[in-house]
Ligand binder design. Structure first.
Ligand SMILES: C[S@@+](CC[C@H](N)C(=O)[O-])C[C@H]1O[C@@H](n2cnc3c(N)ncnc32)[C@H](O)[C@@H]1O
Length: 317
């Protein structure tokens, strides 16, 4: 009890100064640097810093550093409920004062200036933003981050995983990835790429007889594999077997093309696929909600256009 009343007195002491109460009012409304606070309160830096230190020692203020800037905000969430009540009471009394209203006007100007700075950057950079974005962060970071939309409890199959591009993209975001391929050389390359991931199971096997139990997967991906397979519908039926009811399938492959040299060079069985032939293949094997979407062309690539086919295993199949 005594400790509580001592703490209460400390909070009151820290707040019990007109300048400090003004400071707290401002940083409750917006995170601020010392320079911003000097402008809003029209006080010298040494005064603002001294009062911030007292508030900070009593737990009223939280600070965070960002590069060379330091930002201050009211740490209301971390305060004892009695301290919060104390502040609410005082804030309501202060709000009507002329000084508080003038502080609020200057605060609004500072906040608007900040927004203008970022808007000015984007208006002048609009033409260059794509190049800057690529230089700063690369071409694929947003696509890689989209995997975070997957359900983190899922087990996902990468069917025909090759060297593991898809597997390693998915693994950080889901519970488990089961990566299947028939080529030992590809699987070795995948193992090297895994780099310590503990939630990837690499299984040797064929897509025609997957080494995966019935309904073991929540989702399955097969990227650039279907055109290698003599009987795609049989493989789609096998994918349906290993998906749970309602599980999701994603097939990425080439749209129909005429590069016959691929048959000799890479053993392609199919010169791509027509969207129209994919849909009945999928529905006949127990999939529904089929969507076939051509992927946007990527400049300066040599291969034919690609599509993404998505479908859901029928819930009562
Ligand atoms: C063109 S690679 C694509 C690899 C990977 N999915 C990717 O996107 O980079 C095709 C892969 O399918 C595998 N594959 C081909 N036929 C297969 C089959 N019947 N069963 C399992 N894997 C097969 C190959 O070994 C190869 O790794």
């Amino acid at each position: 009890m005594e400790a509580e009343s001592t703490a209460m007195l400390d909070w009151m002491n820290a707040l019990g100064d007109a300048t400090r109460a003004r400071l707290v009012r401002i940083i409750e409304q917006s995170e601020m640097t010392v320079a911003d606070l000097c402008a809003v309160l029209q006080l010298p830096q040494s005064t603002v810093s001294r009062h911030l230190k007292i508030l900070s020692d009593a737990g009223w203020v939280q600070a965070r550093s960002e590069g060379t800037s330091r930002f201050y905000r009211l740490g209301l969430g971390d305060l004892d409920p009695s301290a919060r009540r104390l502040w609410t009471l005082l804030r309501d009394k202060l709000a009507a004062s002329r000084q508080a209203q003038n502080d609020d006007r200057r605060l609004a100007t500072i906040v608007a200036e900040r927004q203008t700075r970022s808007q000015a950057f984007f208006s002048s950079a609009a033409g260059q933003w794509d190049r800057m974005r690529r230089e700063l962060f690369g071409d694929r970071f947003d696509l890689l981050a989209l995997a975070a939309l997957l359900d983190e409890s899922w087990t996902v199959g990468d069917l025909g995983c090759g060297t593991g591009q898809v597997t390693t993209t998915l693994a950080p975001f889901v519970r488990r990835v089961i990566a299947v391929d028939s080529s030992r050389a590809m699987m070795q390359a995948l193992r090297r790429r895994l780099n310590g991931s503990t939630n990837v199971e690499v299984r040797h096997g064929r897509l025609q007889a997957l080494p995966i139990d019935d309904a073991e997967l929540d989702a399955a991906v097969s990227c650039l594999v279907l055109h290698h397979l003599p009987d795609p519908p049989a493989v789609l039926a096998e994918a349906a077997r290993v998906l749970r009811p309602g599980g999701r399938l994603l097939i990425v492959d080439m749209l129909r093309h005429d590069r016959q040299e691929y048959q000799q060079q890479m053993g392609h069985e199919w010169l791509g696929f027509e969207a129209a032939q994919m849909t009945p293949w999928l529905t006949d094997c127990g999939f529904e909600q089929v969507r076939i979407l051509p992927l946007p062309p990527v400049p300066q690539v040599k291969g034919p256009p690609l599509f993404a086919a998505t479908a859901r295993k029928v819930a009562d199949a």
